[in-house]
Structures are given as C-alpha cells and as structure tokens.
Design a protein around this ligand. Structure first.
Ligand code: S3P
Length: 773
C-alpha cells in the first residue's frame, strides 16, 4: 500500500478510537485505505475502522484487503463506540441513513460544545444533505460537519479503493453556525491524514461553485454524447471519434445514478449555471453565424489560455512559473565555477517594448502584427489581460503575435481582477490606460509586485481626475473606477521613471487637453516612439514630453528588438572572463537604454557595435565584446536611469574589476522586483566580495586580475530574475559552485536563459525540487 505524505499526517486522528464508514464503495473504501496508509489502526495504533454496506460481499472484500477491521449490513450493531462516522452513500440515500442514525445516536452524543460523536459526509451537493440532517435530527447537531472530497474515479466498488485518491486533492468542508469548532477540527484532521488539502466554504456557495465546475461540465458531456449517439450517422461519429469527443465520452461514462441524484439535489444551482452557459453559447453561435472572426478568436483565445492564467492568479505567482512549479517543484540554478563565453547568440525580445506592443495594438484601429515578441511570463500576462478585456489576440507563436485592435473605446469590462504577474511595468501602464475606460477594473499581481509602490502612479492619476483605490501604503491591488472624466495635467515627476511617464501619457490619451510630463533625467522613451509609430502626435522639448487627448491610434507593424537588459548578462560574462569573445545580434540600442554599454566601456570593456539600423522606430545593432581587464569607476549619475535594470549584472562586473566601483543616486533599485541593492549585497557577501552599502548605492571592491575572484556559495534570488541571472554569470570567476534558489521568475524576462547560456559556455544547470507550496 502506498504511503501518504508523512508531513500531512496529523496527531488529530489518534484521538478517534473508532471510525465508522457508512457505504464501502470507492470513496469510503479509499478513505479506509488512506487512513491505513497513514498508520491508523496499524503497528500499535489503537484505532479501529468498521464499515456498513448493504453488500456483505463488499464488507468481506474490505476485511480481506485489510481496509476495515469488521463490518455489517445494518447500522445498528456498528454505531456503539463510534467516535467519527463518515457517510459515504449517494446523496439520495442520505435521508434514510441520516434518519436511521438519528434514531440510533443518543442526542447528547452529537451535540454540545465538544460532541463525543462527529458525523461527516462526502456528498457532492451540500444543501440537500443539510436538509436531510435537519429533517432527521430536527436541527443541525453541533457534531455534524458536512464535507465534499473533490476526488473520484470512473471505477467503483471497494476493490478499486486507492489509498492515494485524496492525496493533493481538495476537500471542502461546509460548517454552519451550529458546527462545533472541535468537530470541525477532527474532520479536518481526518482528511489531512489522507493527504488532502482542506478548505471551508458555506453550503450555498459550495453548491453554486460545484454546479459550475463539476455538474455543468458533466451535464454537457451527457447531453452531447447522447445527442450524437441518437443521430443517424452515429456509427460514423463514434468510429471517427477524435481526442476531444473521446474526452466527452469519458466524462459521460460516469455513474448515471449518482449523477441523476446530483442533478436532482442541486437543481437550482445547476439551472442557473446552465442559463449562463446558454447565454455564452448564444454569443458564440451568433459569432459563427455572422462569420465574426474577431469575436470567435476573442472567445477561443481567452478560453485556451484560461487554465494557466487562473492557476497563476489563484496562487499569485508569475504567469507560467506556477504551472512549472506545480509540475516540478521550486527551481534552483547550479552554476559550476570557471569557463569562458564565446559564440554568436540572439537573446529574447525586449520586455518593455513587448508590453507596449500589446497595449497600443489593442487600442489601435486595425490589426497589429508583432514580431520578436518576448514570450516571457510578464508580457504573456499582459497579453492575457487584454484577452480578458475582449481583445482578440493570436499567438504568440515563435515571437509572432497578431493583435486585433478594438480602438480607443473598444475594451470591454473584464469579468474579474486583471492579473499582471510580476510586472511593475504592466501594472503601472495599465493603471493609466484603465483610468480612462468606461468600466471599473482591478489590477493584482504576484507576491513581489504586491509589495511595490503604486502611489507614484495613483497620485498623479488622481490629479487628472481618476478615482483609484490602493491597499495600505499605496500598494496593489489597484481598484480603478471607470467613467471618470480625465483632464490633462502638467506633471513634474519626482523620480526618473519611464513607467510613471508612460502611465500618464496613456491616461493622457483619454484626457481633455494636454498631458505634460517632465522627467528629472531621461528615461526610456519606448512609449513615445511607439505612439508616434501608431500615428499619434507626441511632442518633446528638453526634459518634457506631452500629448493632447482624444486622438486615435492606427495599427502598425512592430519589430521587437532583442532586450539589451537580457543581453547585459552575456556582455558582463564576456567582459569578466579571459578568452571570451561574443556577439549578441539585433539588440535594441535605444539611447535611453544604453547605460550599460557606456558604463562597461568606461570600465575598459572591449565592446563595439556593428550592423546598426533602425527597425520600427527603434535602433538596433549587433554587439561584439571581447575580454579586456576592467577597472573600477565612479558610475556617472546621468547613466543611472539609462542602466537601471542592468545594475545587478554590473555589480558582478565591478566585483571582477581592479579597484573600487561606486554607485550613487540609485535609490530606485530598492523598489524593483526586490530591493536590488540589498539582495545583491547579500549575494556578494555570500561569495566573499567586499562591499559597502549606502542608502542610494553601493561601493564594490573588485578582485582585479586574480584568476579566482571570489568563492562559491548559496544565494537567495528572492524571486528576482535579474539577481538570479547575475549570480550565474558571477560563477565564471568563482572558486566554487554558486547555487541560486528561487529562480522560476527568470522566465518573466528571459525564458530559456540556462539553455542559451550553456550554448556559449556557461556551466549552469537547473534543478527542480521541494514541494509546490
Ligand atoms: C520600465 C521602466 C523601468 C524599468 C522596468 C521597465 C518600462 O522602471 O526598471 O524594468 O518598461 O517602462 P521605472 O519606470 O520604475 O524606472
């Protein structure tokens, strides 16, 4: 018998001297098997499991299989001494079992603050079972805890009992105001011992949720299979049944009696769910009838990505990392020491431009074709958020995305909060864009994003007339009230932030008059360039840019260059390791992004550009770099905003230079995906690099030309993609292995990082482990 996960076993069960399972089918039998696997009644444990079932054969089989100690076909002989009674009978059989039980159990045993006997059930609908209990007991006893394990199988009978049936499955308990906390704790302990995750919900909610997630899909499967099976060409249909239809037949193969009972018991909630479904089906039918391909695409795209999206939303992790984590556990990078880099590579598309391509493409009139789109989690979350607002988006497929623009006023209210994963850019730009819509919206993100400041966009948006609620301290979630007339403002940004600037420009599209933003230092200007590319006039004079609201965007093709922020890891890798010689193709070299090139050159890097050209309004070039000894420098203040995302990697360059590198005026680093000054300082300390942290920067003492610059160690990336990748690069000059934890978020900006890194000589491997929690 397979073992249940030991960590899920609890002491709670040891207190149950006798568990009585009424109905020894698959569900009841599996419960007994799981309890046995968790050690109940085994090896000195005093508990016994008994069962009641109308079939004497099933009882005998249960005893033979070692699942139960004894059993009977009548309840009367079994109730005596039972401390926990589990009703595992079909919902429609519940009334008679409850009545029998009520007659057998002295009232005092199942009532009071600490009931002696606890009764629970496994029925798929809860209101009906609650009503049975009310009729049988005259009221709801405090010892009654209704429950529903969400697990099953097409098999039936005790012979199919599976001790792992509940492992990592959810069990919903539906306590009422009458339920005693002690009884609830005991039933919780029962299911936890079986490896299940226990959740609580109220009865009505449970029935509504299950009507949608379980009952409706079964109803549709039964109906579809039956309809097709009654048509003249049914033999053909079943002969050529392909994957999709086969899945329907699998679901329709479930126990008919059980499902009749469920639909009878949960009639109201099922009918409501069916009405909603019919309305959705009517919309789709209309789209098909009219040949409305945008409407069809919008529905299909949204649906085909729904599962990933909602999994990550529910768990508040980055968009796809959640899925990987569920499958494989937490991600650790192991970077072996030494090596050098050589070759010619192309890193993925620019994250900033990818976000903007979807946003402006969605608001444009016409179809925008995007090439080189970053298929990283952050930009995928942005893409999915627009699908949630009714925009038809095809792809991405090998970097190609087709956005069917809906025009400035064509977005539709999303059905729920928009989830933007790890992306500060998405949340801040969305805030501006959504402030101008005619519907309410809510923006939420993962754990890291939820800690980041949003007051910097909410405050100036409020000055424009927007109504925005934030959580305490100006943190996400952001609740944006629609239908607010916006007016242009003249805004002096307190910090050099392209996200704030872009947010205000996007809101400005919907505002009356001019929206002007002054930046204290130049920041990336992708929004301005792309707006211009879409035919929207954006002006600039010195440090101020502005636009007038009320115009429109016209779709235009977008060619996303490779991300200089991703290229940086390889630039630094080549810059610090003797013998390196690398070319990075088609990298975006927008003047507002090339701080890293300027800084590396100042440090002495042998770096040059070739093949310079302009694609879709953005300059690109191939970057060539060969090893040359680096020297420590004072980083010029004017380069800080131009290299803001590149500092984690530049700190590694500094650790390998001769002399001290000093960074100041970089307090913004403290509010990125992590506090990047502190996170890097902690990592540098772990591998033995001398440094001094100050509020707005850091001094790093470089190793000079020592072959081994520092040691190895274990680094916590704090879920920050750029911290993780920087320490992979650091390993090139380390004396020992560098192990980096919590790396799943690398996929937010650089999917396929380790594979690409290996092709140029970095010795890095991924390791999955730990449990998804
Ligand atoms: C970005 C702007 C920068 C940058 C971020 C992307 C953008 O943030 O750090 O990774 O796409 O506009 P700030 O505007 O907060 O400096």
């Amino acid at each position: 018998m397979a073992e249940a996960t030991p960590s899920r076993m609890t002491g709670g069960l040891v207190d149950e001297p006798k568990v009585l399972i009424v109905g020894l089918g698959l569900i009841g039998g599996s419960l007994a098997a799981a309890l046995r696997a968790a050690g109940f009644g085994q090896g000195g444990h005093p508990g016994t499991i008994v069962a009641c079932d109308p079939s004497a054969d099933e009882i005998a089989r249960g005893i033979d299989m070692g699942l139960i100690d004894s059993g009977a076909t009548q309840l009367a002989s079994l109730v005596e001494g039972a401390s926990l009674i589990v009703l595992a009978v079909p919902v429609l059989a519940m009334q008679s079992v409850m009545s029998e039980l009520a007659a057998l159990l002295p009232e005092a045993q199942v009532s009071g603050g600490a009931p002696q006997v606890v009764v629970t059930d496994v029925g798929s609908t809860k209101a009906a079972v609650r009503d049975c209990a009310l009729r049988a007991f005259g009221r709801l006893p405090s010892g009654l805890v209704l429950g529903h394990p969400i697990a099953g199988s097409e098999k039936s009978g005790v012979s199919a009992a599976n001790p792992r049936l509940y492992v990592d499955h959810k069990v919903i308990l539906t306590p009422t105001s009458e339920t005693s906390p002690g009884a609830l704790a005991r039933v919780t302990a029962l299911w936890r011992a079986c490896g299940a995750e226990v959740l609580e919900m109220d009865v009505a909610r449970h029935d509504q949720v299950l009507a949608r997630t379980s009952h409706l899909p079964h109803l549709l499967a039964f109906s579809l299979v039956d309809t097709l099976a009654r048509q003249d060409e049914r033999l053909e249909i079943f002969r050529y049944a392909a994957g999709g239809f086969r899945d329907f037949t699998r679901i329709a193969g479930s126990d008919p009696v059980m499902w009749r009972d469920i639909f009878t018991a949960n009639r109201e909630a099922v009918l409501t769910a069916l009405n909603d479904f019919e309305a959705g089906l009517a919309r789709l039918k209309l789209a098909v009838e009219r040949g409305d391909s945008d409407a069809m695409l919008a529905i299909f795209d949204r649906a085909s990505h729904a599962r990933h999206y909602f999994d990550s939303l529910l768990n508040q992790t980055s968009y796809q990392a959640e899925y990987q984590m569920q499958q494989q556990g937490k991600l650790t990078f192991r970077a072996a020491p030494g090596g050098r880099v050589a070759g010619r590579i192309r890193v993925p598309g620019d994250k900033s431009i990818s976000h903007r391509s979807i946003m402006l493409g969605a608001l444009a009139e016409g179809v925008t074709e995007v090439k080189g789109f970053l298929e990283g989690e952050d930009s995928l979350a942005t893409l999915q958020a627009f699908r949630e607002m009714g925009v038809a988006i095809e792809g991405p497929h090998q970097g190609r995305v087709i956005v069917h623009g809906v025009g400035m006023h064509g977005l539709k209210a999303p059905a729920g909060p928009l989830y933007v994963g790890n992306a500060g850019t998405a949340m801040r730009l969305f805030a501006g864009l959504l402030a101008g819509q005619a519907f309410d919206s809510e923006l939420i993100g993962d754990a890291s994003l939820t800690k980041r400041p949003m007051g910097r966009v909410a405050d100036p948006l409020r000055l424009m007339g927007a109504k925005i609620d934030t959580a305490e301290g100006g943190r996400p979630p952001l609740k944006i009230h629609g239908r607010q007339p916006l007016k242009g403002i003249d805004y002096d940004m307190p910090m050099a932030s392209a996200q704030v600037k872009s947010c205000l420009l996007l809101a400005g599209l919907y505002a009356e008059g001019e929206t002007r933003v002054r930046e204290p230092a130049p920041t990336r200007d992708h929004t301005e360039r792309m707006l211009a590319g879409f035919g929207y006039e954006v002006h600039r004079e010195g440090d101020t840019c502005w636009l007038r609201g009320g115009g429109k965007l016209t779709a235009a093709p977008i060619d996303v260059p490779s991300d200089i922020s991703s290229a940086t890891f390889f630039l630094v890798a080549a810059a610090i390791t003797p013998g390196s010689n690398l070319t990075l193709e088609h990298v975006g070299i927008n003047p507002t992004r090339i701080g890293v090139i300027n800084i590396l050159k100042l440090m002495g890097a042998d770096l040059w550009l070739a093949n310079e050209q302009e694609v879709g309004g953005e300059p690109v070039a191939d970057l060539h770099i060969r090893y040359a000894p680096l020297k420590g420098i004072d980083i010029p203040l004017d380069q800080v905003p131009l290299a803001i995302d590149e500092f984690p990697a530049l700190f590694i360059a500094a650790a390998n230079a001769t002399g001290v590198t000093r960074l100041r005026g970089a307090e913004e680093l403290r509010v990125k995906e992590s506090d990047r000054i502190q996170a890097m300082a902690d990592g540098l300390a772990a591998i033995g690099v001398t440094h001094t942290v100050v509020e707005d920067g850091i001094d790093i003492v470089g190793a000079g030309d020592r072959e081994i610059a520092y040691g190895g160690g274990r680094i916590d990336s704090l879920g920050d993609h750029r911290i993780a990748m920087s320490f992979v690069v650091a390993a090139l000059r380390a004396g020992e292995e560098i192990v980096i934890d919590d790396c799943a978020n690398v996929a937010t900006s650089f999917p396929g990082f380790t594979e690409l890194a290996r092709t140029v000589g970095l010795m890095v491997n991924e390791e999955r482990g730990g449990s998804a929690s």
